[in-house]
Design a protein around this ligand. Structure first.
Ligand code: ADP
Length: 202
């Protein structure tokens, strides 16, 4: 068993940050898509996509990390959207854009993935998250977008099926969005990256 002197070192290893072979980026669609490990909150892209919940008021996982690092400005923008446009919450499969607050990104796109075992037609909803996020980015002339693996954490979507759906949806969306130059798919662990690479349909 591998031993670590400090918990932080173990976490870095799990995420692939100390493993050059794991943190390598993999390219698809003539380099328009890169797939890699990392922490999405640190990326200086035009838009970081948040795997939000329908309240838009923050949660755990990547949602919590984005709100923590981005600060209160993101939460205030989300609260305003709730009050003005989505009093009953943002439906699954939809996407909205806010400031990125203190993140190095310019904007955050919040999309709500399907909950596995609860929502009907989860495949259509998951594809819609990727397509609507990219359509929103294109409408705002944003050239670089980074996605986490939507719905594959707390929402329980099987990672192999999610990989096939995400890659197909992104291919279709990019065929219609010339302005988007770079899509990054960012996995929190090397193991998740490997599952994606084995099941992607680019
Ligand atoms: P959902 O509720 O949509 O399942 P989660 O945030 O629980 O969303 O998980 C989605 C994915 O994001 C998981 O694979 C999780 O490991 C990953 N994740 C969590 N934090 C980060 C982060 N800071 N950067 C990138 N990916 C992350």
């Amino acid at each position: 068993m591998r031993m670590f002197e400090e918990p932080a070192a173990a976490l870095r290893w799990v995420r692939g940050e100390d493993r050059p072979e794991a943190s390598m980026s993999h390219k698809f669609l003539n380099g328009r898509v890169e797939v890699r490990t990392g922490d999405i909150t640190g990326l200086p892209v035009d838009a970081v996509v948040n795997a939000a919940n329908s309240t838009l008021l923050g949660g755990g996982g990547v949602d919590g990390a984005i709100h923590r690092r981005g600060g209160g400005e993101i939460l205030r923008a989300c609260q305003e959207l709730r009050e003005t446009c989505y009093p009953r919450g943002l439906p699954a499969g939809e996407a909205v854009l806010t400031t990125a607050g203190n993140l190095p990104a310019r904007y955050v796109i919040h999309t709500v993935g399907p909950v596995w075992g609860r929502d009907q037609q989860p495949d259509t909803l998951l594809a819609s998250c990727y397509k609507k996020s990219l359509a929103l980015a294109a409408n705002h002339s944003l050239g670089s977008v980074a996605f986490p693996a939507i719905s594959t954490g707390a929402y329980g979507y099987p990672k192999d099926e999610a990989a096939a759906i995400a890659s197909t949806a992104i291919s279709e969306a990019l065929a219609r969005a010339d302005a988007i130059e770079q899509v990054s798919l960012v996995f929190f662990s090397a193991a998740d990256l490997d599952v994606f690479l084995a099941n992607q349909q680019f």
